[in-house]
Design a binder for this molecule. Sequence first.
Ligand code: NDP
Length: 480
Amino acid sequence: MKKSLIFIISVGLLLSVGIFYFYKQSKKSVSNINVEISNLNNMRNIIPVAIIGSGPAGLSASIYSQRAGYHTVVIEGKKPGGQLTETTYVENWPSRKKILGPVLMNDMIEQNKELGVSFLSDTISKVNLNTWPFELWTSEGTKLNALTLIIATGSAPRMLKVPGEHEYWGRGVTSCAICDAPFYKGKNVVVIGGGDSAAEQVLQLSPHVKHITMLVRGEKMRASQAMQDRVKAVDNATILYNKQIKQIIGDEAHVKGIEIQDSKTKETKTMDIDGVFLAIGHDPSTGMFKDYLEMDQGNYIVVKGRTQETSVPGVFAAGDVEDHVYMQAGIAAGAGIKAALDAGFFLQKAGFTPDLAKKLKDNYFDVAQAGPSPVKAISTEQEFEAEVIKSDKPVILDFWANHCPSCKAMLPTFDAVARKFADKVKFIKVNIDEAEAIVKNVYVLKIPLFIVYKDGEIVARNQNVMDRAQMTEFIQQFVK
Ligand code: NDP
C-alpha cells in the first residue's frame, strides 16, 4: 500500500515536471522563430531591413543598414520625419548650433535618399511576428516579408479625455500649433501642459495670437529651464499653475471657452477662449506589437541590456517606443544606430551573405515609382470656378501649407489614392498660403482639410490625417 502510494506520487511528480518542461518549450517556440534562409528563394516582397517609422531613430537606423549593404525600406507612417517636424528651433543637436526641426529632418531624409534608402509613404496596419520572415501588411493590404524589423514608431500625443475634446477636435481643439497657429490671428488661446512640448507651442503661437494662457496642472513646469525661461519672456503669454481643465465648451461651430478647476482651492471657473492647444505628453505607439513583444507597464517595448533586441530575435526597437527616461532626438538616433548594427549581426548569423543578397535581388520589395501625378494645384478664383464648381465629376480638394508637417506628409498619400480614382474623381490641392481668394470662401480652421464638391456644392469635409486605406474609404463613398 505504502509502496504504491510512493509510486503514484513519483509518477505525479515526474508528470508535473514533464508538463512544465513542455509548457516552457512551447512558450519558447513562439519567440524562437525558425530562421530558414532557403525558404526565401520563392518569396516575393522581401525586405532585408524593414524600418517602421521615420523620426530620428528610424532615419539613423536606415543610414547604417543601407551603408552596411542591406536593402533598407523605411515605412514612413502618417508623420514623415516624426515629432521634430512640429518643433521650431533645435539647439541641442550636436554640430548644429540652431536648426529648425523640419529642416533637420529634411536633411536626414535627403541623406537617406542619397544613400539609396527606399521610402514607402504608407503605414503598417498589421504584423505577424510569430513567423519568419516577419509579415507586415500596409494599410492597403500589401504583404511585406521582413528579414529583420526595426520598430521606430515613436509616440503619439496624449488626449485629455474631457467632455468637448472629441466634439471640437479640428474646430478649436488641436495638438499642432505650428500647423494651426495662423488660423488664430488676434484670438485668445490656451496651451494645456507644462512640458517642453507645451513651451514650444507657446513660442509657436506667440507671433500669431492675441494672448496665450498656459495651464499647468501642478505647482511647477516640467519643461527644461531653458524652455521655461523662454516662455516666461513671451509678452503675450501668462502661466497659470494648479489648473486642471474640466470641460471644453462651444457652440455648433467651434470652441468658445473652457471650464477649469484650481486643484488647491477646488474653485471652478469658465474662461472665454477661441482655441485649445494640447501638449500633455505622449504615449508610445506600440499597440500593434502588444501580442508579440514583451512590454512594460507603460506599454514601452522592453529591450535587452545594452542592445536594441526585443523579446523576438530579429525584431529591434529604437527611440520613444522603448525609452521613457531620456526621450531626446539624439538618444533616439543613437538607439536607431544600435538597432541597425544589431539587425546586421542577426542577418550575418542567419547566413544572409552578400552573395545571397545578390541572388535574391529580384525578390525584393520594390517601392514603385509612379508616372506623372493626376493631382492638379490651383490658386485663383477663376481656376476654382472652372475646376471645382463647373466640374462634372466629384472633386476632392486638399488644403495644405508648407508650415504644416502633417499636411505635407499627406500629399504622397493624396497622390497615391488619386492614381486609383483619377477616372472618376478630380483631385486638387490648394496651398492655403498662395490661394487667399479660395480660402476666404471656405471655412478653414485646421489643416490638413479635405473638402468634397459635387455639382458645385460641398458634400463632405474631413480634417483627419488619413493613411491610404482610410482615404480610399473616404473617397469611395462619392464614386458611383
Ligand atoms: P512631458 O511628459 O515632458 O510633459 C507633459 C506635461 O503635460 C507635463 O507638464 C504634465 O504635467 C502635463 N500633463 C500630463 N497629463 C495632463 C493632463 N491630463 N492634464 C494637464 N496636464 C497634463 O511631455 P512632452 O511632450 O512635453 O515632452 C516629451 C519629451 O520630449 C520630453 O523628454 C521633452 O524634454 C522632449 N521635448 C523636447 C523639446 C525640446 O528640447 N525643445 C521639445 C518637445 C519635447 P505633470 O508635470 O504634472 O505630470
